[in-house]
Design a protein around this ligand. Structure first.
Ligand code: MIG
Length: 803
């Protein structure tokens, strides 16, 4: 048997190792990412390896490192980049570890996998778990942050029943797990879009992954840090594009605002009450008999006027688009789909018909390029009206009249020219739908950034859409569950995600809405939504006290928008999520490892939501270092739990000492500039200044709307602080200028000063006016921004402060 696959002789990054029932293909993807394709052949020995990938994988153009291998008595050792694999040819066991300075495995967490053929023809992959390790990732699942002890089925499901701890499947399937221990991690991504089981329950020291397939395509992603592993996974499956700023504002939805008048009334109420708002959703009642790409002729008679009137208020309309097309010979979309043959068919040739909102419906084959283009072009119906965002729902796909709640397994998908039955591709349906929508909108919006939010998805969904977590309920438990769910989604590549604020099903109370809005104001995707027939829960529905709380936190989101936007940008560049479990930033802190009733927003802000009713205080664990209470400005030493006071008006928030946080004034929507646009850098002083301490924040800003940033139209504004005991210098300057909007002055607010401060002698001729709030330990001053390109001008615009 030849160890080098003759078909791949030319590819030095691949090797194929035959064993008794088949073969395993090994490929280096990157220095620390290796792919293993287990291929079983029925009967025939020496199986050929099918190296094809699903669309989850982003093609990488960098040449992969070469492989080398050697064999000693049934054991094959492969060197792939920085990794060493040892494969036992008789039982298929494989150990993969990171080699450190030529010494294999020193200090690293090794992946030990055993891949076996099951009696039923499927494949199982068992991985050893260290007794002290945690498992993170696995996309959108119920439960806590650490997945040990759980069991999930990756099978996109319209789960309109309460999500409980034993719910096996939700709407998204993202089969990546991270095995994490002692600050070290590897990721395992299983690229199989059919039914895939992750069992972390049956055996205490192993995880089991099972697929009903004769081939299993695995990627091992070594950090060795968790951050590096997440970054590697997002190089493999892609990262989100920068969303338009309005997409990260506050959004309001309802199943359904049932007329144009009602939609306008909601928008006007937000403006009248001065609660910021960027988008309103048009749920299924905007359509004519639930026919996609139509408006109800009476209730939404003048959609163009509606969109324009909303736009004049700075509000975007986001209509829902479901995949099911009503079977109705008088309906153009249906007729065209039939004529062109774009609807899915069963193995026997008959069209697949499933009941959804419009009754009997046909379903486009989004795995077929022409069908994707056709579907995409249909969106001109919306984009021509000025609509810039689309809401994709029911795309698991959810089907009402099937016991399985979805499409029949024998429906045949084109699969980009390699037809396969639905059962093997199920989890790709939503992903392909958002891909069609994303490609079309990108083309139709002439340079404006599209916004798509999707319920279903698979690995790679972040490239096309943001995600909301489906039909939760107005339960305190569901608010609590949204935290680990979003944290794990973030580790699974989906940084842009959120849960329905206030809860979708069941009925919200004022207290629940207040607490949920406090938390939801920091969801990367921030949308309040509600099911038909439930107690209204727009921010003003429970009286003035609750309304004021909601307003205050939604305002805070807008104040923090420059910072949030920077965290979004970071996610586009590194894949590191916006919401982070403490384990990501404090990987060696054992007390922080599994926490998921508190989390980090970026690296510097710790948020500790109140997740139970009638609660006015809670324990918060502050990791090592110093922390400031955002509300009171009080300094607290970290590395210990503290008790936080949290009356209904307060959700505890802490900022890391040494961090700088940019804030603007309040705006009513993202594009609302003017006074609300003034920038303040809040500088949280380290408690001990050992010699000169340097702090910095580099603020990214662009037009927030178009793709001009891709051609350099953005600015990088750097605030640098150098401080020693009693003295501080501040310089604010553009380190890159490619966008016309320039800030000439910023406010610097120093938090945590022991004494009042005043302008120092070395302010380059400038006397800075310093305002002190002695009791709060805060000093504030305005700092001119050094204009770009003026050599030597820098220090002229520096400010010196002494205290
Ligand atoms: O069968 O469009 O999750 O957000 O409001 C329900 C109506 C269909 C489910 C979505 C929900 C949406 C609702 N949809």
């Amino acid at each position: 048997m030849n160890i080098i696959d003759p078909r791949d002789r030319w590819n030095p990054a691949r090797v194929r190792i035959p064993f008794r029932q088949g073969a395993v293909g090994i490929e280096t993807v990157e220095r620390r990412i290796v792919r293993l394709v287990y291929q079983y052949s029925d009967g025939a020995e020496d199986a050929a390896v099918d190296w094809s990938s699903t669309m989850a994988i982003v093609k990488c153009h960098a040449p992969a490192p070469e492989l080398s291998w050697s064999e000693t008595g049934g054991r094959i050792a492969v060197r792939a980049g920085d990794l060493v694999l040892v494969l036992d040819r008789t039982d298929g066991k494989v150990t993969v570890r990171l080699q450190t300075d030529g010494e294999s495995g020193a200090g690293g967490l090794a992946a030990e996998l055993e891949v076996t053929r099951q009696p039923d023809g499927g494949i199982a992959c068992a991985g050893r778990l260290h007794p002290e390790s945690s498992v993170f990732g696995l996309g959108e699942t119920v439960g806590f942050l650490d997945k040990r002890g759980e069991k999930y089925v990756m099978w996109n499901t319209d789960a309109n029943v309460p999500h409980v701890p034993e719910t096996p499947s939700l709407y998204q399937s993202i089969p990546v797990l991270y095995h994490f221990r002692d600050g070290q991690a590897y990721g395992l991504f299983v690229d199989y879009p059919g039914r895939l089981t992750f069992d972390l329950r049956s055996q205490p020291d192993r995880f089991l992954v099972a697929a009903p397939a004769g081939r299993l395509d695995l990627y091992l992603i070594f950090g060795p840090s968790l951050k590096e592993a997440v970054s590697g996974y997002t190089r493999l499956t892609g990262r989100m594009e920068l969303p338009p700023l309005w997409a990260i504002g506050y959004h309001q939805s309802r199943y359904s605002y049932a007329s144009a008048e009602e939609v306008l009334d909601i928008a006007r109420t937000f403006r009248r009450k001065r609660i910021p708002l960027d988008a309103i959703y048009l749920d299924i009642h905007h359509m004519d008999g639930f026919r996609v790409f139509t408006f109800d002729p009476e209730r939404f008679a003048k959609p163009r006027e509606l969109v324009a009137e909303l736009a004049a208020m700075g509000v975007h309309a986001v209509p829902i688009v479901d995949p099911g097309v009503k079977i109705d010979p008088d309906y153009a979309v249906y007729r065209e789909g039939v004529e062109k043959g774009y609807f899915l068919r069963k193995a026997d040739g008959g069209m697949f018909v499933g009941k959804v909102w419009p009754g009997d419906s046909a379903f486009p084959d989004f795995t077929r390029p022409e069908a994707r283009r056709w579907w995409g072009n249909l969106h001109r119906f919306y984009t021509d009206l000025g609509i810039r965002g689309i809401w994709n729902d029911m795309n698991e796909p959810g089907i009402f009249d099937r016991e399985t709640l979805t499409m029949d397994p024998d429906v045949i998908h084109d699969n980009d020219g390699q037809p396969k039955p639905h059962g093997e591709l199920h989890n790709l349906y939503g992903l392909q739908m958002t891909r069609a929508t994303h490609e079309a909108l990108t083309e139709q919006l002439g340079g404006e950034r599209p916004f798509i939010v999707s319920r279903a998805g698979y690995a790679g969904i972040q490239r096309y859409a943001c995600v909301w977590t489906g039909d939760n309920r107005s339960y305190w438990e569901h608010m609590a569950m949204s935290v680990p769910m979003l944290l794990n989604l973030g580790l699974s590549g989906v940084a842009f995600a959120g849960a329905d604020i206030g809860g979708y099903g069941h009925h919200a109370t004022g207290e629940l809405l207040a607490r949920w809005t406090q938390l939801g104001a920091f969801y990367p995707f921030c949308r309040n939504h509600n099911e038909i027939g439930r107690t209204d829960h727009e921010p003003w529905r429970f009286g003035e006290r609750i309304e004021a709380i909601c307003r205050r936190y939604i305002e805070l989101r807008y104040r923090w928008m420059p910072h949030l936007y920077n965290l979004f940008r970071e996610a586009t560049l590194t894949g590191i999520p916006i919401w982070r479990p403490l384990a990501l930033e404090y990987p060696h802190d054992e007390r922080a490892r599994k926490l998921c009733d508190q989390f980090l927003l970026g690296a510097d802000v710790l948020i500790a939501p109140i997740l139970r009713p009638d609660t006015s205080y809670r324990a918060v664990y502050l990791p090592d270092g110093g922390w400031y209470d955002y509300w009171s400005g009080a300094f607290m030493a970290g590395g210990r739990p503290v008790l936080a006071e949290a009356p209904l008006e307060i959700m505890p928030i802490y900022v890391r000492a040494g961090a700088i946080l940019p804030e603007t004034g309040v705006r009513q929507h993202a594009a609302d500039t003017g006074e609300g646009d003034e920038l303040t850098f809040r500088v949280y002083m380290p408690q001990r200044l050992g010699g000169w301490t340097e702090l910095a924040y580099e603020l990214y800003e662009d037009d927030g709307l178009t793709d001009a940033y891709k051609r350099g139209a953005y600015n990088l504004l750097l605030l640098e602080i150098q401080a020693e005991e009693g003295r501080l210098r501040a310089v604010c300057k553009y380190v890159y200028q490619g966008w016309r909007k320039i800030r000439e002055e910023v406010t610097v607010r120093l938090i945590g000063l022991p004494r009042p401060a005043r302008s120092g002698p070395n302010a380059g001729g400038h006397t800075l006016t310093v305002t002190n709030d002695e009791a709060a330990g805060v000093a504030e001053f305005r700092l001119p921004v050094a204009p770009d390109g003026r050599a030597g001008a820098e220090w002229a615009f520096a400010g010196e402060i002494i205290w």
